[in-house]
Design a protein around this ligand. Structure first.
Ligand code: HSE
Length: 305
C-alpha cells in the first residue's frame, strides 16, 4: 500500500494590506497528515486530535479535496487519511488551508506527481471553499510552496513567489473563534478611491520591500486602511497589542488572515520575544486566554517526510 506522511504549515494570509492576494508560510505551527492510496473509490478520515472535526468526507476540508482528486481520477482510486491538527480551526493562521493543501500535495505525491502545481492549488481551493464559502488561495499558495506568495489572479490562476526576507514572526492567538465566513460578511463591498490609492501604495511598497530586503519599507507598508478598521473590532485588545508591539520594536503587523490571531514582524529574535511578552501581558490583563508562537518564515511549504 502506498503511504505518505506530510507536514503542512500554518500561514498568515493578507499580510495586512494584501487582502486575498498575499500570504506567507510559518515554520510553526504545522499539521501532520498520513495519507494512504486505496484501490477503491472511497475517502476515509481519521482524526488524531481533539478538535472533533467531521469525518464525513464531504463535510471535511481535507475530505472534499481528496474527493475532488478521486473524481479527477475517474473514481479509480481512493484515500485514507489520518489528520493530526496542531493549527486550531478558526485561529486565522490557515488551519483549513493546511488541511486542504496537505491533502492535495499528499494525494498528488501518491499518484506519482501527475498533476501540475496549479492543479494542486485548484484541488486545495475546494477545501477553502468548504471552509469559508469562497475559493481563495492566499493561504493555500504559501502553504504549498512555502515563503511568501502573491496571488495575482485566481481566474486564471497566477501565483508569484516573492523573495523571503530574514524576519522573525510573533503570533498571538487569543482563544476566541472568528469564522472566516463571518469575518468576510461584515466587510464593505465598496471602497473609496482615496483608500484604494493608499492600499495600492502599501501593497506595492510591501512587495518592493520584500524584494529589496528593505526592512523599514516593509514596516512602513504594513498598513491596511480597508479591512483592518472593520475586522479589528472582532478582536479584543487589537489596537493595544498593535501599538505596544510596535513600541517594543516590531516592524509592524496586524490581523493574521481573518483573525483573531495577530502577527508581528521583527528584525531580531530578541525583539520577537519581547513582542511575545507584550502580547502575553495584554491578554493576561484583559483576561483572554491565548497561545503564542515565535517563529520564522517557512521556505519549504508542505513537506513530504
Ligand atoms: N484572505 C482571507 C480573508 C483569508 O481575509 O478572509 C482567510 O483565511
Amino acid at each position: 500500500m502506498k503511504k505518505v506522511k506530510v507536514h503542512s504549515p500554518g500561514t498568515v494570509a493578507n499580510l495586512v494590506c494584501g487582502f486575498d492576494i498575499l500570504g506567507m508560510a510559518l515554520s510553526e505551527p504545522y499539521d501532520v497528515m498520513e495519507v494512504t492510496l486505496l484501490d477503491e473509490p472511497n475517502v476515509i478520515i481519521h482524526n488524531k486530535d481533539n478538535f472533533d472535526l467531521p469525518t464525513e468526507p464531504e463535510k471535511n476540508v481535507a475530505g472534499v479535496v481528496l474527493l475532488s482528486v478521486m473524481e479527477r481520477m475517474n473514481n479509480k482510486v481512493g484515500f485514507e487519511i489520518t489528520i493530526e491538527k496542531h493549527i486550531k480551526p478558526g485561529s486565522g493562521i490557515g488551519s483549513s488551508a493546511a488541511s486542504a493543501a496537505g491533502a492535495a500535495v499528499a494525494a498528488n505525491h501518491l499518484l506519482g506527481n501527475i498533476f501540475s502545481a496549479d492543479d494542486v492549488v485548484q484541488f486545495a481551493m475546494n477545501g477553502e471553499k468548504l471552509a469559508s464559502g469562497v475559493k481563495h488561495a492566499d493561504n493555500i499558495a504559501p502553504c504549498i510552496f512555502g515563503g511568501i506568495s502573491l496571488v495575482r489572479s485566481i481566474h486564471p490562476l497566477d501565483i508569484v513567489s516573492i523573495a523571503v526576507p530574514d524576519l522573525f514572526v510573533t503570533v498571538v492567538h487569543p482563544q476566541i473563534e472568528v469564522r472566516t465566513a463571518d469575518a468576510r460578511q461584515i466587510l464593505r463591498q465598496q471602497v473609496l478611491l482615496k483608500d484604494a490609492i493608499k492600499q495600492w501604495g502599501n501593497i506595492a511598497g510591501l512587495i518592493a520591500g520584500f524584494m529589496k530586503n528593505d526592512l523599514d519599507l516593509i514596516g512602513r507598508s504594513l498598513e491596511d486602511v480597508i479591512i483592518e478598521p472593520v475586522r479589528s473590532i472582532l478582536i479584543p485588545g487589537f489596537d493595544e497589542v498593535k501599538k505596544k508591539c510596535k513600541d517594543a520594536g516590531a516592524l509592524g503587523g496586524g490581523i493574521s488572515g481573518s483573525g483573531p490571531s495577530i502577527f508581528m514582524f521583527s528584525k531580531e529574535e530578541k525583539t520577537a520575544k519581547s513582542v511575545e511578552a507584550v502580547m502575553k501581558d495584554v491578554y493576561n490583563r484583559i483576561g483572554v486566554e491565548y497561545n503564542t508562537y515565535v517563529t520564522t518564515i517557512n521556505k519549504k511549504g508542505v513537506e513530504i517526510l
